[in-house]
Design a protein around this ligand. Structure first.
Ligand SMILES: Nc1ncnc2c1ncn2[C@@H]1O[C@H](COP(=O)(O)OP(=O)(O)OP(=O)(O)O)[C@@H](O)[C@H]1O
Ligand SMILES: [Mg+2]
Length: 389
C-alpha cells in the first residue's frame, strides 16, 4: 500500500451557522483513485474545495505529506482541479490550451521568474496529447471538438503541470451515457499511466464502483463509509449506504445468535456475528442473491406483483406479508404466481440499526397494485417452523 499523501482531520465547514461538513476524517494515499460519492448537497464539492485550497475549513486540519496546509493558497499546492464547468479558451487551439499553464513564468529556487524553453513545452504538450488520445488535433479550435474531446483537453491542461494530485468535480456530468463509459475507462487509464492521485466527485454510484480504488460515501455532511468498491457493496455499514449503492431489500430483523438472524419470524443462517442476543438489526438482501424455488420449498413464500424485462434478467417485485422485495431472476414468474425463495447464508448481510433504519429498502412504490394486495396468509407468530434452518 502506498503512503499517505493527504489527511483531513476533524474538518468542519460552517457557513454562517449552518454546518455543511461535520468532522470529516479522511486519508488519501499516493497514486490512489479515491471517489467522493453521495447525493446532491451532501458536501462533496465543499470537501474537494478544502483539499484544493479554495476553502479554509472552519475548524480541523488539512495535511499534505504530513505538513499542515490550511492557509496555503491553491496555486502553491501541487494540486490541480478540473471543475465541472471547465472553461477552455475558445480563441486558442488545442495545443495552446494545453500549453497555457506551461507558458506562465515560474519562480526558481532563487526567486527569479523563469520561462520553460519552447522545446520543453513542445515535448510536454505532445506527451499529453498522446496520453489523452488527441494526437493530430493540435491545430483544432476547441469549439470544433466533441464534448468528450473537449473534456480530454481540459484534463490534459490540468495534468501538463504534473501535479501530484488531480481533483475532478463531476467531470463527466455533461456527457451522454455511452461517452461517459468511454471516458471512465480513459480517465482510469490516464491515472494509472501518469501515477497521479485522483480525487473524484460523482453522485453516480455505478461510476464510483467502476473507477475507484476507494469510495467515500457521504450524506448530510458526514462520511457514512469508506472502503473498496467491493466492501461498500458487500458490507454496507448502514441502510443509507445499502440503499444508495445498488439495489437492496432492507428488512427488519432480530439477531438471535451469532450466525442466526430472524426475518418475518423465520430464522435464517448468515455469516454475521458480534451482535447482542435478540438485538434488532437491519438486514440487507441483494436482489441477485435470492433463489426462486417452488412455494412449498421456500424459506419464505410470496406473490409476484410485477415483472419488468431488463434484457439480462427480469426484475420482479414480490410481496411477502405486505413488504415488497425486488428480486432479479432469469426465470419468468408471471404476475400473480405464488413463489418460494431461498437465500444462502452469504446472501444475507446484517447491519446495526441507525438513524436511517426504516427509511429505505421497501419496493412498494415499484408496484402499482400495492393497495390491492393483502396477504391473508401472513402468520405473525410463524407457526410453520418447518421453514427454519
Ligand atoms: N458558499 C456557500 N455558502 C453557503 N452554503 C454553501 C456554500 N457552499 C456550499 N453551501 C452548502 O453546503 C452544502 C454542501 O454543498 P456542496 O456543494 O458541497 O454539495 P455537493 O455534494 O457538491 O452537491 P452537488 O452534487 O449538488 O454538487 C449545500 O447545502 C450547499 O447549499
Ligand atoms: Mg458539487
Amino acid at each position: 500500500m502506498s503512503k499517505e499523501l493527504i489527511r483531513l482531520t476533524d474538518c468542519v465547514m460552517a457557513f454562517d451557522d449552518e454546518v455543511v461538513l461535520d468532522k470529516i476524517n479522511l486519508s488519501i494515499r499516493d497514486k490512489e483513485f479515491l471517489t467522493l460519492l453521495g447525493p446532491s448537497g451532501c458536501g462533496k464539492t465543499t470537501t474537494l474545495r478544502i483539499i484544493g485550497g479554495f476553502q479554509t475549513p472552519t475548524s480541523g486540519d488539512v495535511l499534505f505529506d504530513g505538513v499542515r496546509i490550511n492557509a496555503v493558497p491553491p496555486h502553491k499546492r501541487t494540486i490541480n482541479t478540473v471543475f465541472q464547468k471547465y472553461a477552455l479558451f475558445p480563441h486558442l487551439n488545442v495545443y495552446e490550451n494545453i500549453a497555457f499553464g506551461l507558458r506562465i513564468p515560474k519562480a526558481d529556487a532563487k526567486g527569479n521568474k523563469v520561462k520553460l524553453p519552447e522545446e520543453e513545452i513542445d515535448r510536454r504538450v505532445m506527451e499529453m496529447l498522446e496520453i489523452v488520445n488527441l494526437k493530430g488535433f493540435e491545430k483544432r479550435r476547441t469549439t470544433q471538438l466533441s464534448g468528450g474531446q473537449q473534456q480530454r483537453v481540459a484534463i490534459a491542461r490540468a495534468l501538463v503541470n504534473r501535479p501530484k494530485v488531480l481533483l475532478l468535480d463531476e467531470p463527466l456530468g455533461a456527457l451522454d451515457l455511452k461517452l461517459r463509459k468511454d471516458m471512465q475507462n480513459e480517465l482510469k487509464r490516464i491515472q494509472k499511466a501518469m501515477e497521479i492521485t485522483f480525487v473524484y466527485v460523482t453522485h453516480d454510484q455505478e461510476e464510483a464502483l467502476a473507477m475507484s480504488d476507494t469510495v467515500v460515501v457521504m450524506d448530510a455532511g458526514r462520511i457514512q463509509q469508506i472502503g473498496s468498491p467491493e466492501d461498500i457493496y458487500n458490507e454496507p455499514k448502514n441502510a443509507f449506504v445499502a440503499d444508495f449503492i445498488g439495489e437492496s431489500n432492507i428488512i427488519d430483523g432480530v439477531m438471535r445468535a451469532d450466525g442466526v438472524v430472524e426475518i418475518f419470524n423465520r430464522r435464517f443462517q448468515c455469516l454475521d456475528g458480534g451482535f447482542d442476543k435478540d438485538e434488532p438489526v437491519d438486514v440487507v438482501i441483494r436482489p441477485e442473491d435470492v433463489d426462486i424455488v417452488s412455494e412449498d420449498q421456500g424459506q419464505l413464500r410470496g406473490t409476484v406483483t410485477s415483472v419488468t424485462f431488463k434484457g439480462m434478467q427480469y426484475d420482479i417485485i414480490v410481496d411477502f406479508y405486505g413488504f415488497k422485495w425486488l428480486i432479479q431472476t432469469t426465470d419468468l414468474s408471471p404476475v400473480g404466481s405464488r413463489i418460494g425463495i431461498k437465500i444462502d447464508p452469504d446472501g444475507i448481510h446484517v447491519m446495526k440499526k441507525s438513524e436511517y433504519s426504516g427509511l429505505f429498502g421497501d419496493y412498494s412504490s415499484y408496484s402499482e397494485e400495492y393497495e390491492e394486495i393483502s396477504d391473508a396468509s401472513y402468520d405473525p407468530e410463524g407457526e410453520d417452523s418447518g421453514d427454519e434452518e
